[in-house]
Design a protein around this ligand. Structure first.
Ligand code: BG6
Length: 478
């Protein structure tokens, strides 16, 4: 498809794609890596664990060559904290070298690494010691880790991202992924942790500006616009509150240096107000992120809460499988409203929204509110791809999904929103957070099943060749 209007993306637009270490890397016990909370996760029934993943640990040269073949300008990846500081404190030179090699490989092909400092894989040793982010010492632990990265990769990395989807971890109460020695936390405890994580990020941003003056650093929440289910005024208010608590609480803290008043009063009403030290607010005020990175998987539609909607808590407590639907029920609170399906938004086979218009709206909202350059660091279509007998993957559904979202980015650019990159999820197949390796996102197929590692061969999907053309034409051939 040819774009009809003004066809060009900015000249240096960062086309690329994303991965995260625990979902992609494997080598969970290799190279003196410490144990991370992800290594101890109990996989959902029928799903593999993350120990081998896509074995990028051994395939990184081949993988980065494939990214280069697609023409990537950027590669958004993450560093495993427990590979750098296995016990949370002592440096692992092998871990430092591992990522050094990855960066060298990227630079060989003129691919700009965009590096997430923390993507859901805290060293278990820190949790054993501190329990969770409720302990303020976690702030220092994170800042010490970030300092090592800035020191060692000063010349290799020019784009840093602080903390993947912090907002989703707090909003859904996903303490298991975030790192905690227990399964549940009250709202008060969750927001206390959110505050500590935000202070940690602010301090990392300040440090990055000091130690790596030419580098840029940003938060990386999962952001989406929130539609009221109807024009009922209570739906409107519920959607606004949902949006503030889901999105702006985190970005306002780091970009504006203050929490939205509406969120603070909500937390007070709920007796969930967290505490802070005076210097914390100075850190937030001085964080000054250089841009905003965000992950986008489709809009949320919010209906105000009705009494009869109350979840059956007894039933919830007895559920053993703490999957995402369980967590979404927990996130439904009377005072916030609840997320419902939207008849105008299509779904993928895994019930994920396909909402490109929401992406344009989200880009506009973010730019209007913060006036910072924007990059999309995740967006994608998780599906079960079929390998044909002649070794091909015809993933036209993925091409269609990505095409619509790239057009949505273009629509925002046409309105002068400053978007400088698009890195969908994922560069190459990897393991889904909760749905094993059947739910694939990549441009490249990795030949393995949940319980059969096979040969891990990399196979180019149809979307690989399509994205190659998109990048080659700088977005004019879709
Ligand atoms: C994002 C996460 O929320 O969604 C990724 O940053 C994750 O880590 C992605 O993989 C897709 O979700 P899932 O559950 O399909 O892996």
């Amino acid at each position: 498809m040819q774009i009809t209007q003004n066809t060009s993306f900015p000249k240096h637009f960062l086309w690329g794609a994303s991965t995260s270490s625990f979902q992609f890397e494997g080598g969970a016990t290799l190279g003196n890596k410490g144990i991370s909370v992800q290594d101890l996760q109990q996989p959902n029934p029928g799903c593999c664990d993350f120990s081998v993943a896509s074995d990028h640990y051994h395939h990184y040269k081949e993988d980065i060559a494939l990214m280069a073949e697609m023409g990537f300008k950027a590669y958004r990846m993450s560093i495993a904290w427990s590979r750098i500081l296995p016990d949370g404190f002592h440096l692992n030179p092998e871990g430092i070298n591992f990522y050094k090699n990855i960066f060298n490989e990227c630079h060989r092909y003129h691919i700009e690494p965009i590096v997430t400092i923390f993507h859901f894989d805290i060293p278990q040793a820190l949790i054993d010691l501190y329990g969770s982010w409720l302990d303020r010492r976690m702030i220092d632990a994170y800042v010490d880790y970030a300092k090592q990265l800035f020191k060692h990769y000063k010349d290799d990395v020019h784009y840093w991202l602080t903390f993947n989807e912090q907002n989703m971890l707090i909003f859904f109460g996903a303490v298991d992924i975030m790192g905690s020695n227990r399964m549940f936390h009250s709202d008060k405890e969750l927001y206390q942790q959110a505050h500590h994580q935000l202070v940690a990020q602010a301090r990392a941003m300040i440090l990055c500006h000091e130690l790596c003056p030419t580098a840029k650093i940003a938060p990386v929440p999962n952001i989406t616009c929130c539609y009221p289910k109807t024009c009922h005024p209570l739906d409107y208010i519920a959607a606004k509150r949902f949006c503030d608590l889901r999105n702006y609480f985190y970005l306002d803290a780091l970009v504006k240096g203050q929490y939205p008043t509406t969120c603070l009063s909500y937390l007070q009403q709920q007796e969930a107000m967290f505490t802070w030290e005076a210097k914390d607010m100075d850190y937030l005020k001085n964080a000054h992120p250089d841009f905003i990175a965000f992950n986008y998987y489709g809009g949320a539609t919010i209906e105000h809460w009705k009494k009869e909607d109350a979840p059956n808590l007894e039933q919830l407590q007895n559920m053993e499988n703490h999957d995402i639907s369980f967590l979404s029920i927990l996130a439904q609170k009377p005072s916030i409203g609840k997320s419902v399906s939207n008849e105008y938004i299509a779904k993928t086979s895994y019930n994920m929204n396909i909402d490109p218009i929401g992406l344009t709206a989200t880009l506009i909202d973010l730019y209007d509110r913060y006036h910072l350059p924007l990059i999309i660091t995740e967006n994608g279509c998780g599906c079960e791809d079929e390998l044909t007998p002649d070794g091909c993957i015809h993933d036209d559904y993925r091409i269609d999904y990505l095409r619509q979202h790239i057009l949505a980015v273009k629509a925002a650019l046409d309105l002068n929103v400053d978007v400088f990159g698009y890195c969908p999820w994922s560069a190459i197949d990897l393991i889904s957070t909760r749905e094993g390796c059947r739910k694939r996102y990549g441009f490249v197929y990795v030949n393995r099943d949940d319980f059969d590692i096979k040969d891990l061969k990399r196979i180019r999907k149809d979307s690989f060749y399509w994205y190659q053309k998109v990048i080659q034409s700088n977005g004019s051939q879709l």
